[in-house]
Design a binder for this molecule. Structure first.
Ligand SMILES: [Ca+2]
Ligand SMILES: [Ca+2]
Length: 244
C-alpha cells in the first residue's frame, strides 16, 4: 500500500496521470490499504509490517503480552497499578516467610517500586496505571525505535536485572527450582506450567537458570514480533502462550 501510494504520488508530481487514472489509482490504493491495515491500531499504521502485524488484535505478540500482563495485574481488574505490585511483594513475604525487617523484603519492596515506576507508571512514579493496550503499544514502539538492539542494551534499559533478583531469593546469581517455584506461586501463575517453563529456561539442563539465560529469555520475549516464529529461548517466560 505504501509503495503504491508513493508511486501514485510521484506520478502525480510529474503530471503523468489523467484525472480518471488518478481516481482509479486513489480508489484502488484506498481499497488495498484498508484490506492490509484492517485492525491495525492508528499508532501502528506507519510501522514496518512485522510490528503492524504484532499490533493487530489476536496477534501472537499480543497473546504473549497478555500472558505477561495478566501475571502482573495481580487483582485481575484489567489495569496494573502500584497496589498490584504491593500484593505481589506481600505474596513473596508470605511464601518465603520474610520478617518485616528482613533485607530480602526491603530489596523486594525497593525493586518492585523501581519496576513499577520505570515500566508501568505513565508518570515514572508510583501513581497511575497501565492497561494491556498501553503495554502492547509501549513495547512495540520501543522495539521499533531501536531502544534495545541487543541484550546488553536491553539489560541496561529495562528492569530485567532486578526482575532476576526477585526470583533469585538468596542472591547467589542462579535460580534454583525452589526459587523459581516461589516466584511462580508469588505471582499466582498456573502451577501445571511451572516445570515446563523452568525446563525451557534451563538451557544447559543443569537444573538451574543462570542470569545470562534469563536475560536472553526476557530479551527474546519482548523483541520477537511473533510468539513462535524466530523466537529464541524464553518463548513461555511467564506461562504457556496460547496458540490462538
Ligand atoms: Ca490490577
Ligand atoms: Ca539463587
Amino acid at each position: 500500500m505504501q509503495r503504491a501510494g508513493q508511486l501514485v504520488f510521484s506520478a502525480l508530481g510529474r503530471g503523468q496521470l489523467s484525472e480518471a487514472q488518478q481516481l482509479a489509482w486513489a480508489l484502488r490504493s484506498a481499497a488495498h490499504g484498508y484490506a492490509t491495515s484492517a485492525g491495525v491500531p492508528a499508532w501502528a499504521k506507519d510501522l514496518p509490517p512485522q510490528w503492524q502485524a504484532a499490533a493487530k488484535p489476536g496477534s501472537s505478540y499480543r497473546r504473549k503480552m497478555q500472558v505477561h500482563f495478566s501475571r502482573i495485574d495481580f487483582d485481575g481488574n484489567g489495569t496494573v497499578a502500584w497496589d498490584d505490585l504491593e500484593q505481589i511483594v506481600d505474596s513473596y513475604k508470605k511464601i518465603r516467610k520474610l520478617t518485616p525487617s528482613s533485607p530480602e523484603l526491603k530489596s523486594l519492596e525497593e525493586g518492585h517500586r523501581f519496576v513499577f515506576a520505570n515500566f508501568w507508571s505513565p508518570n515514572k512514579d508510583l501513581t497511575g496505571h497501565s492497561t494491556l493496550e498501553d503495554m502492547v503499544r509501549n513495547m512495540i514502539l520501543a522495539n521499533n525505535a531501536g531502544l534495545w538492539k541487543n541484550i546488553d542494551e536491553f539489560v541496561e534499559r529495562t528492569p530485567v536485572r532486578v526482575a532476576f533478583s526477585f526470583i533469585d531469593g538468596d542472591g547467589d546469581g542462579i535460580i534454583t527450582v525452589k526459587e523459581f517455584g516461589e516466584f511462580w506461586q508469588a505471582h499466582k501463575l498456573k502451577p501445571e506450567e511451572c516445570s515446563k517453563v523452568f525446563e525451557e529456561l534451563d538451557l544447559d539442563k543443569d537444573g538451574t537458570i543462570g542470569r545470562a539465560d534469563y536475560h536472553a529469555a526476557f530479551f527474546n520475549w519482548f523483541t520477537t514480533p511473533h510468539a513462535d516464529k524466530g523466537h529464541g529461548p524464553g518463548k513461555n517466560l511467564w506461562g504457556i502462550v496460547p496458540s490462538t
